[in-house]
Design a protein around this ligand. Sequence first.
Ligand SMILES: [Zn+2]
Length: 319
Amino acid sequence: MRVSRGQGFPDRNRSRLMATIQDRLRIPWRGGAKQVAFDAILPVIILPTMFLLAAISLWWTVFSFTAVAVILVSVFKFFIRTIPRTKFFIVWTVTSIIILYIIFEFLVIPLLEILVEENIFLTILFAGFLLCFYLMKIRNNTLGKIGESEAESGYVGSYNRCSICQVVVPEKDHHCVWFDCCVGRHNQCLFVLALFFAIASLLYSSNLTLTSVCHPFIVYKSILLPDDCSDVYQQFELGLSFVAAIYSLGLAAFLLMLFLHQILLVSLGLTSKEWRNLSFCAKCFLGLCSKRPHSLGFVKNWSRIMCSNKTYSNIAYSH
Ligand SMILES: [Zn+2]
């Protein structure tokens, strides 16, 4: 009855249900069973299934991509509310990276359509993303734990506590579930750079894949674009590569929106929370006419988040 009224279960019951499911999932392991969180395992099942089904035909691609999009939208709020520290989203990110990498290196490269230089350039973009992602996490891990006072942390200025990371975050922007990391002044430039490299690698790899598995045409000199992709489902490997390219394009579009949003927020000197609190009308004017108490002007807003800053090192190294 509760569900039919759209009220859902009370949060306490949800948490209890999730705790029970998590407790039941034990994998036999050397030296005793290993407990694995149910939510963290889901992406490892969902993503490969989606890729395998989508590679069958165009209709299967449309069906499985839509089904996965619906699943993601429906579990997003449920997980955030019920198990805020869920590893579901970071496992989703890592599984996506691994699947896309395996498909590219083991299915697309053997087609021998891609030049060594092109593969090297893609590897550089990918390495750029991995490096920024790694540094971003490292910086988050060096922040002061919750419970230590502001004075102890040595940081003077606006700061926030993240209940998920359990850390004190200087000028917190938001907690990114996909990277399982807080984004604030200490790592926002790395976050923006990671998004840039991720978008570039996804767009470039999907272009290389599509021009390998579809009939390409020359746009300018050696720049190719896919033309006719009607034959891709005739061979399973080609279908799988095609699906990976389409998934990459979808991811790139999603990340591009995040990237542009971050560029706008940093330029305006607003945090994600402040942006959400703006009225619809204020958002239409890009927040330019609204109060921005933390804005120092375009140039200073950008220099504030650039990687070398003294206040960050105070908070990082005082522990
Ligand atoms: Zn956080």
